[in-house]
Design a binder for this molecule. Structure first.
Ligand code: SF4
Ligand code: SF4
Length: 473
């Protein structure tokens, strides 16, 4: 039976409730008074329930869909302004004992070379990432207790934080590793991670079990309850997501919103981020095998409805998406993107070498360099941000959410975005990007709400030019 506060997967992600929600949403897809009342509620920015969100996703009324898109854009502006936070994935190891049918790292795939980075190799990757200008990483590793035990992950985090190359530094390491124990989550917390990220892949238990026939990940409850354990272990910033296309999108959309509702109700704080990857080609993965692959139009509707449903939660897309799709998603609600990414083990040092490509977890659609993406964002009216301030200032979990909800976070995000962008421009940008970026900084300073904060930010921008680094609010 559905129980949002239960810590049991099958109770907070109740199959019957998802099916009933989908049915109710389908019945109301042309119910104008209901849809209008939900849109009205969404304008208050206090979030929607999974049932309300499902109706908006189903809505077939063209003018009301336009209102949903417009509202998504307004909410995006209100909470995130023009800022887009930049990050890069860092693949440590593609050894994996699981059997996920949609991932080339699955144990039965004998055609890819297996590789695990040594600490020296990690150092080289981090230097390459710092030389691109990155400050925020998402660590990725397959699940393999022999090759990638928690000690390896912890040592790697320590290595990454310790490297100072020229003006570079990785200031926030988010971690995307397999579901683990409360004790291990505590160790990750103590290692100073930012967000713990784990995608559910699909919330449909039967489908989940088909897609994960063997290995520890085949245990649906263990995987689905991971965020509850992470919170118990003291990690209060968690990132959830599904791989759209593994199951009908309606089911996973409802499951995703129910998971967010559960974390807020049972653990006191909703997810810090939601990722919206879509199934895409990779070694041994043919998108044609997945009849539920999500078309662009639906994908962008999902982004828009999520934006109005969970206004306080950051939304992330990766380089799986092509340039046009990314542009649309940014407009409708996405607040974080990766740039200049390699999805292979050792890919930043190996570059385009065949070896790096053959260890890639998925094909990258957006192959532009970080500098090209930064310039593209600037020219599109966005402010690329390399900010990592919150967790370093202790603004995590409900403390963070309170600041977001009362709007105060803008006094941190906006100046931090401008100061970290300035660092990037001075240290790493091409002359053309530098030129556009300086203009954007000058234009955007006025949007720092508090006059004192604005004045200090202005002073710090000058100091950055003079060689000082790492200012933050
Ligand atoms: Fe392993 Fe993760 Fe790939 Fe599954 S998705 S095979 S757990 S790396
Ligand atoms: Fe993110 Fe906090 Fe920086 Fe804003 S101030 S961009 S919320 S880390």
């Amino acid at each position: 039976m559905y129980n949002v506060k239960s810590h049991k997967a099958e109770e907070f992600i109740d199959h019957e409730e998802i099916v009933a929600t989908m049915q109710w949403a389908a019945e109301n897809r042309n119910n104008r008074p209901l849809i209008e009342s939900i849109i009205e509620k969404a304008t208050e920015c206090r979030g929607l329930s999974h049932r309300e969100a499902a109706v908006l996703l189903e809505c077939e009324e063209e003018d009301l869909n336009e209102r949903i898109y417009t509202l998504a854009k307004e909410i995006k502006q209100r909470f995130y302004g023009n800022r887009i936070v930049m990050f890069a994935p860092l693949y440590l190891s593609n050894y994996c004992v699981n059997s996920c049918t949609y991932c080339p790292y699955h144990i039965a795939n004998k055609t890819i070379p297996r590789r695990k980075l040594t600490q020296q190799e990690i150092e080289a990757e981090v230097v390459a990432l710092q030389d691109m200008g990155h400050k925020r990483l998402a660590l990725e590793a397959g699940e393999d207790p022999l090759h990638n035990p928690i000690e390896y992950i912890l040592e790697s985090i320590q290595t990454i934080y310790s490297i100072r190359h020229r003006n570079g530094a990785i200031r926030r390491v988010n971690v995307n590793i397999a579901a683990t124990t409360v004790e291990n989550y505590r160790k990750l917390k103590d290692a100073g991670i930012g967000t713990y990220i784990l995608f559910q892949e699909t919330y449909n238990k039967a489908r989940y079990e088909t897609l994960h026939p063997r290995g520890p990940k085949s245990n649906y409850a263990w995987h689905t309850e991971a965020m509850d354990r992470a919170m118990e272990g003291g990690i209060d910033d968690v990132g959830i997501g599904v791989l759209f296309g593994l199951e009908g999108y309606r089911y996973d959309f409802v499951g995703l919103v129910m998971h967010a509702e559960h974390l807020e109700a049972a653990c006191g704080v909703g997810p810090h981020t939601i990722s919206v990857p879509r199934i895409c080609p990779a070694d041994g993965v043919d998108v044609g095998d997945y009849k539920d692959a999500v078309p662009d139009e639906v994908f962008h509707k999902i982004v828009a409805v999520l934006r109005v449903t969970v206004p306080y939660t950051g939304m992330i897309i990766s380089t799986r998406e092509n340039v046009a799709s990314r542009a649309k998603a940014l407009e409708l609600g996405v607040s974080q993107i990766s740039g200049g990414s390699s999805t292979g083990v050792g890919g930043y040092v190996d570059g385009q070498r065949e070896e790096a490509h053959s260890t890639a977890q998925f094909d990258v659609s957006d192959t532009r360099t970080l500098d090209e993406i930064v310039r593209w964002l600037l020219e599109g009216g966005y402010v690329p941000s390399f900010c990592t301030a919150c967790y370093r200032e202790g603004r995590t979990g409900d403390r963070f959410m309170t600041l977001v909800k009362n709007g105060q976070i803008a006094n941190c995000c906006q100046p931090n975005a401008l100061m970290t962008l300035k660092e990037y421009l001075v240290d790493y940008a091409s002359p053309e990007t530098l030129r556009v970026g300086l203009r954007v900084i000058a234009d955007e300073l006025d949007r720092v709400p508090h006059p004192n904060v604005r004045r200090i930010a202005e002073e710090n921008l000058v100091k950055i030019e003079q060689g000082e680094r790492d200012f933050r609010f």
